[in-house]
Ligand binder design. Structure first.
Ligand code: GTP
Ligand code: MG
Length: 219
């Protein structure tokens, strides 16, 4: 979307208006349905912003939590299997992670271990949810035990991007966790970032005024 007359892009204006801003990343093998899940959730206020034609899509979403305006940046990537791992900047300052596997392909479940290890290398404490996608293809899978989530103490959601089952619930709960993490995290770097964000510059003294006063004082 084009910027307004003052030349300030809309996205910056949104950032300015928000009380809180969080970044949520999405991990998982190729074709597990990461992008389809985002599209399903954002279908009403859908505004993808293609930062790179190659690997990264950034989705903006605004919502209200406890009467505060929250701006969510969802980060989605493509073709991850080609890289085996993500660039560190993908994890940088993320406040929550959605880790997706495809209930129809066992290997995508097995690979969660690798994704999780990498996530924890960069973001040891952020909330992470495990998402079993494509349950529309076989509802029986919801009876199966997917121990990875239980073992790691992570919430598990059975969802379908195709028919929408649990998609809104999963995203809304993840956003809440991200906001709560951002506000309460005891991670040192996060605390520094929080301080910097809340830091307001003192009104600058008019330089000319100062000079005149100083001149008077001197004379
Ligand atoms: N049956 C079914 N198919 C799905 C579902 N979600 C995604 N798909 C299909 O799975 C394929 C991959 O979905 P994407 O969302 O592109 O997967 P991705 O994880 O973003 O893949 P990359 O961008 O390559 O990392 C597409 O053909 C989708 O139509 C679902 O809930 N049910
Ligand atoms: Mg994708």
């Amino acid at each position: 979307m084009a910027g307004d007359a003052s030349g300030i892009p809309d996205l910056d204006q949104e950032k300015y208006d928000a009380d809180e801003q969080v970044k949520i990343i999405c991990l998982g093998d190729s074709a597990v349905g990461k992008s389809k899940l985002m599209e399903r959730f954002l279908i009403d206020g859908y505004r993808p912003q293609q930062l790179s034609t190659y690997a990264l899509t950034l989705y903006k979403y605004t919502t209200t939590i406890d009467s505060k305006a929250v701006l969510v940046d969802f980060w989605d990537t493509a073709g991850q299997e080609r890289f085996q791992s993500m660039h560190p900047s993908y994890y940088h300052k993320a406040h929550a992670c959605i880790m997706v596997f495809d209930v129809q392909r066992k290997i995508t479940y097995k690979n969660l271990t690798n994704w999780y290890l990498e996530l924890r290398e960069y973001r040891p404490e952020i909330p992470c949810v495990v998402v079993a996608n494509k349950i529309d293809a076989d509802m029986k899978v919801t009876q199966r035990n997917f121990n990875f989530a239980k073992k790691q103490g992570l919430p598990l959601y059975f969802v379908s991007a195709a028919d929408g089952t649990n998609v809104v619930k999963m995203f809304k709960e993840t956003i809440k966790m991200a906001v709560s993490y951002k506000q309460n995290s005891s991670d040192f770097m996060d605390e520094v970032m929080r301080e910097l964000e809340n830091f307001e510059l003192e009104p600058k003294k008019d330089l000319l005024e100062t000079t005149e006063e100083e001149l008077k004082a001197e004379s």
